[in-house]
Structures are given as C-alpha cells and as structure tokens.
Design a protein around this ligand. Structure first.
Ligand SMILES: *Cc1c(COP(=O)(O)O)cnc(C)c1O
Length: 388
C-alpha cells in the first residue's frame, strides 16, 4: 500500500511535472515576476471557468476576505455575521477592520451556517453575512441571498475550501460557489482544492464598480499611477504561482471528481457503523440521496472528508491513528467564540450547542486527489475496529 498522507502534493505534482516545470522556467526566463502576462492569463481563464465577470488575484485567502470587506466600504461598528465553526481567518479580518464579528452556530448536519440563527442574529447594525462553504460543501446560498435581500445586507462568500463546487438553484440553474454573493474570496494555499506552490488568493465579483474599487485597493489604493485615492494594501499573486495555477486549473474538475470518488468509497464503508455519521449534503432536494453523497450537482468538492463519531470514541480513534501512522485532523478543535482572541461577553454558551458538540465529535480523514481504494479500505477498517 502506498504511504498514507493527509494530502499528497508530491504524487499530484509528478503527474503534471513536465508542464509545471516548463511554466516555472518560462516565468523565470521572462523576468516578469510581478503582474506579468502569466497573472493576466490565469485571471482570464479563471473568470471563464468560474463563469464570473471579474477575478482579482491577490496574495492569499485571508487578504481576499479583508479586501472584499474594504471594497464594500464596511465601517467600524458595522456588524458582520459569520459562523462559529471555521478557520480563524474568516473572523480575524472582521476584527482587524474594527468591524463587529457576530459568530453564530452552524447546522448539525452540514456544518454550514444555520439559517434560523442567521435571521435571529440580524440587527439594525448588521451590514454583511459571511457564509463559509465548509469542507468544500456549498452553504444554502439561495436562502442566504433571499435573507440578505430582505434585510439589505452584503454577502461575502468564504470560498477558500470549495473552489470548483457547483450550486444548484431551485429552478435548476447552476452557479459556481464563490460567484453567487456580492463578492467571493478564495485561497490557493497549497493544500486547498486548487493549490499553488506557495501562497495565493483571489476575489470574485460580477459587480463592475466593486471590481474597479478592489483592483485599486490591492494596489495601494492607486487608480492612476502615484495617485492614492483610498488607503489600500499590497496584495499580489506572483507570476510563478499564477503560471502553476493556470496549469492546475485545467485539472480542477478531474481533481474534484477524484475527491468525490474517494468520499463515496469512504461513505460506503463507514455507513455500516451506527456510531459514525458520514458527511451530508443537504443543500437542496437533489442532493438528498441515500448515501449522503451528491452525485448530481457537485455541491460538495470535499476539501475535507469529515465524519462525526457519535459514541464518545473520537479521541480514542485519534490516539489509535497516531499509534498506527494514519494521518488525520481535528478541524476544528475549539469553537471561535471560545478562542482567547474572539471571546466576548455578548455570546451565550447556550447559543452554540452544535459547535460545542462538533469539536468533540469530528475527525477529518486523509483526502486528496491521489487517494486509492486500497488506502481507503485500510483506513475505514481501522476506524470500524476502534469505533465499532
Ligand atoms: C484557508 C482558509 C482561509 C485563508 O486562506 P489563506 O490563503 O491561508 O490566507 C480562509 N478561510 C477559510 C475557511 C480557509 O480554509
């Protein structure tokens, strides 16, 4: 059996090595290291792939979120609602801009934003909602957009984990995750579904004015050379990363289906245990098939394959994994509202029953484009041996 890894970046690289190596050397040869033709080309190809009018590349996913909020003109004191169960970057940028983060509980089945809690959290100060498409599964965007419209709020999609996922609306039309809200932010961190060989990120929008504003913000607030109209930042995707990403973009749909296949194998084997809850895709009716894996609409691209252990044996399983060199992760071990940096008297523990339970039950299994059936069979049999 091939060596187990949480992500297998080397195995993936070897299959595209000739193209990637050539692309890197071409950029080095060209000396157009910053904002070179490779960046423009990737931007255009990504716009086409995503079906979005504007892609603005930037330095990383955290910047993409921050710049999106700056572009929308959010002001100190504005309340921004996001989930308690996500990577800290989502809430970090809200706090950094002196906006007021409002953390809310998630849905127990999808781990995504809870619509009822969302409506309850809206106040006259609320200006924006940041749904996170956690672990690669698109949040309920149709409903979120309706709530936003009703209350006149912006929607900023944190699409760092779900690039390539498709959202299907009730009328059957599709849109890529990250292009449905006013603005979407993604990350090209190496282990993300479309990963660079370093840092990178991008912002998506169909709004021409917002795109113009954001293009200035990423470049020191300059709209005309050496005229600084607003306070901006320096946030660029470098040309080498863009050239690599442009090659990997051609493989993204194949990468997504490889992840979905691996997820299908996992779910098939783990559904046998009554103590394990496999990922559910409940974005809309079409996803409601029996094994919980969506075959029809690609609404889950499995950035992580995360299960819940329902009989209290999660830590025992993690210990067994450690002893047997089976990679795994606990995403996330502490709810954001309990993190030192984001604790706040405004929060009431009773409001976070789901996240407080998830942190004790979840465990993420190896998930990547090179995972094979033999590896999955071994991992799942070890899980059932411990959990029962
Ligand atoms: C990775 C990630 C980010 C941040 O991306 P970076 O490129 O590492 O800055 C933001 N939000 C979520 C949900 C992420 O998973």
């Amino acid at each position: 059996m091939r060596k187990l890894q949480m992500v297998d970046l080397k195995g993936q690289y070897e299959k595209i090595k000739t193209d990637v190596d050539k692309a890197i050397i071409d950029v080095v040869d060209s000396t157009a290291y910053i904002n070179g033709p490779a960046v423009k080309q990737f931007q255009e190809n990504l716009e086409q792939y995503m079906g979005v009018k504007h892609v603005i590349p930037c330095a990383n996913g955290t910047d993409a979120l921050q710049i999106s909020m700056m572009g929308l003109g959010l002001q100190p004191g504005d309340e921004v609602i996001t989930v308690d169960f996500t990577f800290a970057a989502t809430v970090e940028v809200i706090a950094l801009l002196n906006l007021t983060p409002v953390l809310i509980d998630v849905d127990k089945d999808t781990y995504n934003i809870d619509l009822k809690k969302l409506e309850e959290a809206i106040t006259p100060k609320t200006k924006a909602i940041v749904p996170v498409h956690l672990f690669g599964h698109v949040a309920q965007m149709e409903e979120i957009m309706a709530i936003a419209k009703k209350h006149n709020l912006y929607v900023i999609e944190d699409n760092a984990q779900a690039i390539g996922a498709n959202y299907t609306f009730k009328d059957g039309s599709h849109q890529k995750a990250g292009t449905i809200g006013n603005v979407g932010a993604t990350s090209f961190f190496p282990s993300k579904n479309l990963g660079a060989y370093g840092d990178g990120g991008a912002i998506f929008t169909n709004d021409d004015d917002l795109a113009h504003t954001i293009r200035g913000i990423v470049n020191h607030g300059m709209y005309e050379r050496y005229h600084h109209d607003v306070v901006g930042v320096n946030s660029r995707l470098d040309s080498v990363q863009a050239a690599i990403l442009d090659i990997k973009l051609n493989h993204l749909d194949d990468y997504s289906s490889k992840r979905q296949n691996a997820a299908r194998h996992y779910t098939e084997a783990l559904s046998k245990s009554e103590h394990i809850e496999t990922p559910k895709t409940e974005t809309h009716k079409k996803c409601d098939n029996s094994n919980g894996i969506c075959d029809t609409c690609d609404c889950h691209v499995f950035h992580q394959y995360t299960i819940k252990i329902k009989n209290g044996k999660r830590d025992e399983l993690a210990e067994h994994f450690k002893k047997n060199d089976i990679p795994h992760g606990i995403y996330y071990p502490i709810p954001l509202h309990s993190q030192k940096a984001y604790k706040d008297e405004r929060y009431d523990e009773k409001e976070f029953t789901v996240t407080n339970q998830l942190v004790d039950e979840v465990i993420s299994l190896p998930m990547h484009t090179e995972l094979d059936k033999e590896q999955i069979d071994y991992i799942t049999s070890e899980i059932i041996r411990v959990v029962g």
